[in-house]
Ligand binder design. Structure first.
Ligand SMILES: Cc1cc2nc3c(=O)[nH]c(=O)nc-3n(C[C@H](O)[C@H](O)[C@H](O)COP(=O)(O)OP(=O)(O)OC[C@H]3O[C@@H](n4cnc5c(N)ncnc54)[C@H](O)[C@@H]3O)c2cc1C
Length: 380
């Protein structure tokens, strides 16, 4: 087992860190105010290979793999967690296409997504309940050479900024009756619904996609009819949960930096509060949350790159790191005393961002169900 990153991975980290500080940090405030994703950044991120990191080179990506993706999301999250939130769902769309699309679909849709010419979404959740995927209601009815989609998807990341939608809809009964479709935003009957006003990750758009007799060519079925549940679950396990865990990891990096900086600068009783043991105890807890999360999340990246199935590990990394980010951000606020609740100090935003990571990509309770299943299988 090797815990050392390669020179290429270290260089990637440095490049992304510099990019984030140069291009994204100055836009933070505007994102907080407007809740808008800066779409012009997409092209720049495409140019440095961030968007196509898990897309194979033959389809316009750079194919660096899953651990590289995690490092990218972590570094972006350290500066502005909303950006990797948007990116991680964009990656989910590229993953769904790389893993399940036919050759023609890959050639058509993957290169523009990898280059930042289009933005992707994966739309599973519905108002009737995100955890109950098999209970979804959006329908797809085959009529001649097109499917007609009707229904509504909610909490969809990138919705109003996106072009290519990977949509799960019902073509039959129960969990086996779900299918996946590639929907272009311009297809007749494809509409945008409400845009949510979130407390955190404000620069990542969250909103509704609405299908009113939406016409999708039969050629845009992803995989086969009935593959929808498998596509949704593999996508969540292999990219969604590790992606959200990486966003939380980025937040934890920022939390530690802000907590240490403040503890060193704040003078009480004639010396920095970092010399107080109770403050050091908080810092130790934050450090532990960061290091444990990094180990869990990197392990999933490594397992994915070795093609090892990682359902329970992915759920554990997601649940632990997202809850750790919220827990540690709260501790960082306490270290700040009353300054922690002022908007000019980033720790309050980090707590808001961390809270939003917890349900996104599947709730902590549902992740625990996956972990419990694994635990029960270990002892016969
Ligand atoms: C910022 C953000 C971005 C998102 N982006 C996307 C996206 O891009 N695409 C997409 O499809 N979805 C997206 N989602 C939706 C997200 O995946 C769902 O919100 C999530 O799966 C929970 O669904 P729900 O909100 O309907 O809660 P519900 O499913 O209604 O759950 C309500 C409560 O019941 C609990 N619960 C449910 N089932 C069980 C069970 N079996 N045992 C115990 N407790 C249970 C839940 O944990 C939760 O506490 C996003 C959400 C957020 C917040």
């Amino acid at each position: 087992m090797d815990f050392k990153l390669s020179e290429r991975e270290e260089l990637l980290r440095k490049t992304v860190r510099e990019f984030a500080e140069r291009e994204i940090a100055p836009r933070m405030e505007a994102m907080e105010e407007t809740g808008e994703f800066p779409v012009d950044l997409l092209k720049k991120m495409g140019e440095i290979g961030i968007l196509g990191v898990i897309t194979p080179p033959e389809y316009g990506g750079v194919g660096l793999g899953n651990l590289a993706r995690i490092i990218i999301l972590e570094e972006l999250g350290r500066v502005c967690p909303a950006i990797p939130m948007a990116l991680q769902v964009h990656h989910m769309a590229t993953h769904a296409l790389s893993a399940f699309a036919n050759e023609e679909q890959k050639r058509k849709y993957l290169p523009p997504l990898a280059k930042g010419e289009t933005m992707g979404v994966v739309a599973v959740t519905e108002p009737s309940g995100g955890s109950d995927v098999a209970g979804m209601k959006t329908s797809a009815r085959l009529e001649g050479d097109r499917y007609i989609l009707n229904g509504r998807k909610c909490f969809i990341t990138n919705a109003h900024a996106s072009d290519i939608w990977v949509v799960i809809a019902r073509t039959g009964e129960g969990g086996k009756g779900l299918s996946a479709f590639i929907v272009e935003r311009g297809f007749p009957g494809a509409k945008l619904g409400r845009k949510e006003n979130k407390v955190g990750l404000r620069g990542a758009i969250t909103g509704e996609l609405v299908f009113q007799n939406c016409e999708v060519p039969k050629a845009n079925l992803l995989g086969h009819e009935g593959d929808g549940m498998n596509i949704a679950i593999r996508n969540i396990v292999e990219t969604g949960r590790p992606g959200m865990a990486s966003v939380a990891l980025g937040i934890l990096n920022a939390v530690l930096e802000q907590a240490v900086k403040f503890a060193n600068e704040r003078i009480l009783y004639g010396k920095p509060i970092s010399s107080l043991q109770m403050i050091q105890s908080h810092l130790a807890d934050i450090y532990a949350d960061l290091e444990i999360s990094r180990l869990l999340v990197y392990r999933v990246g490594w397992m994915r790159d070795q093609n090892i199935r990682c359902d329970a590990e992915s759920a554990l990394a997601k649940q632990f790191s997202c809850e750790a980010a919220a827990r540690s951000a709260r501790k960082a606020i306490e270290i700040h005393g009353s300054y922690g609740i002022l908007r000019e100090y980033p720790v309050q935003r980090l707590l808001r961002d961390a809270l939003v990571t917890i349900p996104a990509g599947g709730t902590a309770e549902v992740a625990r169900l996956v972990m419990a299943r694994q635990a029960l299988s270990l002892v016969k």
